[in-house]
Design a protein around this ligand. Structure first.
Ligand code: FAD
Length: 347
């Protein structure tokens, strides 16, 4: 489903205000089930000319010649050696390939746990856009998906985890019911058990080790609170291809292109990662976040600016540019509180 997001804080709803791209068109994302997305990707890959797919096997070891990695050894239903001048680790958060290459992740604390469950027949109260609540240490989500499925998720600081251990489904529904305008889940049909993610520390690795490049979660897997997982996976894969393709097609050495890829990852993602990691340690908003969410609840332009940052179309430098902050401060002082505001709710 094409999607934007409407966010509630104690300042009220920001509205589902779409960012605008360079050609003046509104930008949207997608909510899509993995059971829908993954087969599409698999089909796209297997039908791409020049691609050989080997299912039922995986990388077991790195092959080396004169100390340089020159391919991978397979394990599983095939045990061949695959020679390659370049190896891409798109093998997820625990990245066996990065481990084989001796690249250790850097970790940082995530103070929140999460509970997540899919439902059918959720009576949505704010349309089919995604809805998110940020209320002090608590965060709630409603994600309408394809196939009439709605994914409900809740995160909170770990001091509340004990309340979820015995019956996570009941605790999830009770917690969601406390948010303003949340859908009534008592009439919806739960699909499967509630997944309780007790700890999900942030981790990231160097983008390039020798002739091995990492993309997606293998490169960086951070707090899911801001929903960047699949987006960053697609984005880093695209950057790698864009950087490498011209040189590979012309038979040039790959090392300079890999260095360009590493630099681009740092330039484009380090700022976002800093903010995500910082919030993962905290129980609520800092002064800048209060200002921006308060202005966004009162003013469409401020809301669009916030959504443009949330969609990662701009980085922290543009998000926090003096002009944008001045506008937010002006809006905050001059405009009345939004009708959906709850001034005494935690922030
Ligand atoms: C509970 C939960 C909820 C999430 N919700 C969201 C969400 O709502 N939105 C969002 O954007 N992100 C979400 N994420 C994050 C998202 O799942 C990841 O960011 C995304 O899947 C990363 O894609 P990837 O291709 O890098 O890694 P993965 O999806 O982990 O894929 C890695 C692949 O590598 C394969 N592999 C592993 N080892 C080997 C080997 N040795 N040889 C060959 N292949 C190997 C694996 O089998 C797997 O297929 C969620 C994560 C969790 C855990």
């Amino acid at each position: 489903m094409r999607n934007g997001v409407d966010i509630w804080t104690r300042y009220g709803w920001t509205g589902d205000v779409a960012p605008i791209d360079k050609s003046g068109e509104p930008v949207f994302g997608y909510n899509i089930q993995r059971r829908t997305l993954d087969p599409i990707l698999r089909r796209l890959t297997t039908n791409t000319p020049g691609v050989t797919t080997l299912f039922g096997c995986g990388v077991r070891a790195l092959a080396k010649r004169n100390g340089v990695v020159c391919g991978v050894e397979l394990g599983g239903c095939r045990t061949d050696l695959v020679s390659a001048p370049l190896i891409v680790g798109a093998d997820g958060r625990n990245s066996p390939l990065a481990t084989l290459a001796g690249s250790k992740p850097v970790y940082s604390e995530n103070s929140r746990f999460g509970a997540i469950r899919a439902y059918r027949g959720v009576a949505l109260r704010r349309g089919t856009c995604s809805q998110m609540w940020l209320r002090g240490p608590e965060t709630g989500y409603v994600f309408p998906n394809d196939g009439g499925i709605t994914v409900i998720a809740y995160m909170a600081t770990k001091d509340r985890l004990d309340g979820f251990r015995i019956n996570p489904g009941e605790a999830l529904e009770r917690s969601m019911a406390g948010f303003p305008d949340a859908p009534d889940l008592s009439t919806a049909e739960p699909l499967g058990n509630t997944l309780l993610v007790k700890d999900y520390p942030n981790l990231w690795r160097r983008p390039v080790v020798g002739n091995i490049a990492l993309v997606g979660d293998a490169l960086m897997s951070v707090d899911p609170l801001w929903g960047v997982g699949c987006g960053f996976a697609f984005q880093t894969a695209e950057w790698l291809v864009d950087t490498l393709a011209p040189g590979l097609q012309q038979g040039r050495p790959i090392a300079p292109a890999l260095q360009s890829y590493a630099k681009r990852v740092s330039r484009e993602l380090n700022g976002h990662r800093f903010f995500i990691l910082d919030y993962a340690r905290r129980r609520g908003f800092n002064a800048i976040e209060r200002l921006n969410f308060s202005a966004a609840a009162k003013d469409v332009a401020s809301s669009r600016h916030l959504h443009t940052f949330g969609a990662r179309l701009i980085g922290p430098a543009r998000f926090l540019a003096p002009r944008a902050l001045l506008r937010a401060a002006w809006v905050d002082l001059r405009r009345p509180a939004a009708p959906s505001a709850q001034p005494h709710a935690p922030v």
